[in-house]
Design a protein around this ligand. Sequence first.
Ligand code: NAD
Length: 458
Amino acid sequence: MKLKVVNPATGDVAALLNADDAKSVKAKYQQARAAQPGWARVALRKRLAAIEKFRDLVAAQSEALARVLTTEVGKPIAQSRNELKGLAPRLDFFIAETARTLRPKKVSVDVAGSMEERISHEPLGVVANISAWNYPYFVGANVFVPALLAGNSVLYKPSEFASLTGLEIARLLHESGIPEDVFVPLVGGGDVGAALIKQPVDGVFFTGSYATGRRIAEAVRGRMVKLQLELGGKDPVYVCEDIDIAKAAAGIADGAFYNTGQSCCSVERIYVSEKIFGPFVDAFVAEVKGFRRGDPADERTYIGPLTRAPQLKVLESQVKDARRKGAKVLAGGNRVKAKGNWFEPTVLVDVNHAMDVMRDESFGPIIGIMPVRNDAEAVKLMNDTEYGLTAGVYTNDRKRAERILSGVASGSVYWNCCDRVSPRLPWSGVGNSGIGLTLSTYGIETFTRPKAWHLRGG
Ligand code: NAD
């Protein structure tokens, strides 16, 4: 079987790859299983040195890697470069924190010194890492780097929309000293992912949509396997009346439209104090109209194509549904008639929660803005969702922000910022945004099984 890699900006075929099938997936699983105990015995110092080398190789080859990413995903080249640049601090975090986090901990010794209690961190074993295309370096590394450092072998299935990048990641990890049967890439679509989780792996770590996450949860039901699902969002931002309107509008427009709106933590809904609604919307629309859409290989491009063609229909249907229910389109609203997957940056007002655009993940360059009377109404609307990945508040009053954010059910909360991820903080979701977490020291421990030692001496 061949996997066709299509350039989303032009519709042209960029590459044809040999895809895996059920038989090769099984063979790769067996390879990873056989290799794992040996990998777990390699000194952590050596595993860390391999990840340091990986970081340096990525940095040295980043321009070529950015071009591959832009070709297959359609990410504007400046943003592809940003993703590659942003990888190093993440890797540095894991390099700095893993030894301390996984060190065995003596938690108690009784007075007589005869009973010692200790916790060690054992690798899970063989883990499946099924990944998304929108930030393949980030969402991939959040899983495979700490998993490898903890002594697991990793069966890595990049998205079928980021397979060239997935294979580049595998090449660089192998060149860095991670054995080929310890980090094993699988090429293909959902069928290959489904074949992978049929194997008796010890952990399934998935990043992708709620719909697929649910299918995966159903597929592993009844098996004693660790499952993490990092899923979508419908992330809200609330703008209070005391804020610098131009500054907030610029920051939030970037949070909504960066990566052409295809970030898991893209701003997807905006609530604005009715006292500043008009001026905020004017400033926001001016920002959006200023975004340069075009060839993603051009340095000046800010908005690229959608990576996946079927998403065009989702956006069209959200606009149609909103219009039918009374929304007004202030910018964009249509697919662009050209080769490739293009949609105009779109801003809607007169929206409400009966509309799909305010409830379902859009995952594209489209946003609805709604006025609110007060903080209580804003919190109620922010929480009126099945998702809970991130939420933000813009106000000059930190106490007010903390009060509001403590009432919002979401994995991450932001004051005067949005669309932000830190390696030092856990990345997790509430409700349909998923279960489990990556990043922070918890995101290192999660690839291990804590083992309890009860040691009685003399
Ligand atoms: P997707 O669910 O379509 O695909 C994700 C992966 O699952 C791909 O590798 C795909 O081949 C595989 N897959 C599909 N069907 C499968 C099956 N039945 N069994 C096993 N694997 C299967 O998602 P996507 O389009 O790649 O990514 C976009 C989504 O990911 C958005 O919803 C976005 O919000 C979410 N996302 C979440 C995070 C997060 O950290 N929470 C990060 C990035 C993206």
